[in-house]
Design a protein around this ligand. Structure first.
Ligand SMILES: NC(=O)c1ccc[n+]([C@@H]2O[C@H](COP(=O)([O-])OP(=O)(O)OC[C@H]3O[C@@H](n4cnc5c(N)ncnc54)[C@H](OP(=O)(O)O)[C@@H]3O)[C@@H](O)[C@H]2O)c1
Length: 253
């Protein structure tokens, strides 16, 4: 069945690839991101009915406009993917007020703006799905240079779980996506980006945007509460929560 799917952060990376895969399945797509030229490029690469809406997810009015334009064009919204996000390359003790505010706005407020904009519409229709894209760093804060980004994604995890419980029985599913490291422009797009692309830690498996998008497509076709895009990460998370001290000691070894 063709669905109307809104994706934020769809101008590049995981969001753009997700749009392409969903387009191939015949879904109608509404794409939001700030850079109009890249958004248009993504829209042009999709073989499906697509609407591109320049959107800054840190602005509530922009997010509400994204919702309104989607409904005006397609009549309703079935799925809303809060995918837009940004990292940081700065350790905890060096964070400025602006670093903290920027990370909270783009990674946490954006998710709240999206959910608060569209859930009343989905509730009224008694059907829908919110998908929030988190990070393995929100579950295990193991890359200290990502500092407040990890903390923001941990907040996304909590808010997503709260929302899921609040919406139980309403017909609205809430799904958390937990990618590990993914080969996109994310690392060079971080606030205080390094001059060269960082090396992946030894043994860290890097997924492609295609692999991660395919997991999100599956979660749309068959909603689940949460999913690690790399199944090998579930036991790693379990190990962390079983014994944080041992895990940290092993990481530092
Ligand atoms: N890549 C990884 O290793 C990785 C790992 C775990 C989780 N994730 C998460 O996966 C999601 C997608 O990341 P990605 O790897 O695809 O990153 P990316 O390649 O850097 O793409 C980020 C997307 O978010 C958009 N964006 C950034 N700030 C925005 C804003 N204020 N308003 C609207 N859109 C904004 C960007 O578009 P504009 O700049 O045009 O606005 C772009 O389309 C993020 O939530 C990220 O935290 C990524």
């Amino acid at each position: 069945m063709s669905k109307v799917i809104v994706i934020t952060g769809a101008s590049e990376g995981i969001g753009a690839e997700l749009a392409r895969q969903l387009g191939k399945q015949g879904h109608k797509l509404v794409l939001g991101a700030r850079t109009e030229s890249k958004l248009k490029q993504t829209a042009d690469s999709i073989d499906a009915e697509t609407l591109a809406v320049p959107t800054d997810v840190t602005k509530r009015t922009d997010v509400e406009n994204l919702r309104d334009q989607a409904i005006a064009k397609f009549g309703h919204i079935d799925v809303w993917v809060n995918n837009a996000g940004r990292g940081i390359t700065r350790p905890v003790l060096e964070l400025s007020d602006d670093d903290l505010d920027d990370m909270w706005s783009v990674n946490v407020k954006s998710v709240m703006y999206g959910a608060q904009a569209v859930v009343p519409h989905m509730r009224a229709r008694k059907t829908g799905q919110i998908i929030n894209v988190s990070s393995m760093l929100g579950r295990i804060p193991m890359a200290s240079v990502r500092s407040v980004y990890s903390a923001c994604k941990a907040a996304v995890n909590s808010l997503t779980a709260n929302m899921r419980n609040d919406l139980r029985g309403s017909g609205v599913d809430v799904t958390l996506i937990i990618p590990g490291m993914v080969a996109t422009g994310f690392h060079m797009n971080t606030r205080h980006a390094p001059e060269t692309r960082p090396e992946a830690p030894p043994g860290m498996q890097i997924q492609t945007a295609e692999e991660v998008a395919a997991v999100i497509v599956d979660a749309i076709n068959k909603p689940v509460p949460e999913v690690y895009t790399n199944p090998a990460h579930a036991p790693v998370a379990a190990k962390y929560y079983q014994d944080v001290a041992a895990f940290e000691a092993q990481m530092g070894a």
